[in-house]
Design a binder for this molecule. Structure first.
Ligand code: PMP
Length: 294
């Protein structure tokens, strides 16, 4: 495996970051998780756009243009002969000293890993997963905005620990107003009276790229969609529930807080959206090996 760090490629064993890097010392940085399907990088422009917005929001200036960053991602895929895989692109504040002042960091650190990811046991895509509402809340827009994909994932990790301890596969986080926000690294959807619903970005969630893809697939399928504030009652009484994310893709949920969802099996609309999503990902995205393919 070859890892990109600041413009150069290193074998995995030699790919090292300083212990003085503020990404490590303070979680001061931003990142993206991206998938490649069938020799193409899915929604690359949107991931690059979100990465640059995240960086802007934390006042971090990325020393590459969006085009150069995209090319660095594609080159990392080529170096690793990726056909299908998961890409992690990280930009940290860089090496500083033992104080948190970002002014002491001279140069951001950029690294890119192209590998595989497996978030859950693959059988959950047929059987569905279980979700538990956790006590950890989503951070408010006036602390660390949930719209920033920052390296600070501790509240999501606490949520995952709580879900794991309760025996559930995934944790569901509410915001400070008791509205449903998102899972530990997935957005959440429900189907009620045939309408596909998901909380709005203002509820405090990462504007997921899979989420927007599913909303547009649902519209293409002439399903009704709504982005509106939802509470636990809505989810406990839903006909279908599913979660979406680059890592998870679309995963059906069959139980929330001990209550069965529908017939405790992946719902009809969920299965249709999973099928459409699978088809779409096979045929769209930026070619990694453009010259050979064209
Ligand atoms: N919420 C959080 C907190 C996440 O980390 C992710 C994964 N990036 C998502 C939602 C889903 O976003 P996407 O579909 O863009 O991967």
């Amino acid at each position: 495996m070859k890892i990109y760090i600041n413009g150069l490629f290193y074998p995995k064993e030699e790919a090292k970051i300083s212990v003085f890097d503020h990404g490590l010392l303070y979680g001061d940085g931003v990142f993206e998780g991206i998938r490649a399907y069938n020799r193409r990088v899915f929604r690359l422009e949107r991931h690059i756009e979100r990465l640059f917005y995240s960086a802007k929001a934390i006042n971090l200036s990325i020393p590459l243009s969006p085009e150069e960053f995209s090319e660095a991602i594609l080159e990392t895929c080529r170096q690793n002969e990726i056909e299908n895989g998961y890409i992690r692109a990280v930009v940290t504040r860089g090496i500083g000293d033992l104080g948190l002042n970002p002014l002491h960091c001279q140069q951001p650190t950029i690294f890119i890993i192209a590998d595989k990811i497996l978030l859950y046991n693959p059988k959950i895509y047929q059987e569905g997963l279980t979700v538990r509402t956790v006590s950890t809340r989503i951070s408010s827009h006036s602390s660390i905005s949930p719209a920033i994909k920052s390296l600070n994932y501790l509240n999501k990790i606490l949520a995952k620990i709580e879900a794991n301890l309760s025996g559930a596969d995934e944790g569901l986080l509410l915001n400070q107003l008791d509205h449903i926000a998102e899972c530990t690294s997935e957005n959440i959807f429900l189907v009620k009276n045939g309408i596909v619903m998901t909380p709005p970005v203002s509820a405090g969630l990462l504007p997921g790229i899979t989420r927007e893809t599913i909303l547009s697939l649902a519209k293409e399928m002439e399903l009704k969609t709504e982005e509106k504030n939802l509470v636990l009652y809505d989810i406990w009484t839903a006909e279908e529930v599913f979660i979406t994310g680059t890592g998870a893709e679309i995963a059906p949920v069959v139980e929330v807080d001990g209550r069965p969802i529908g017939k405790r099996k992946p719902g009809e609309i969920t299965l249709l959206l999973m099928k459409k999503f699978r088809e779409l990902t096979q045929h769209s995205g930026v070619h990694i090996y453009a010259k050979e393919d064209s």
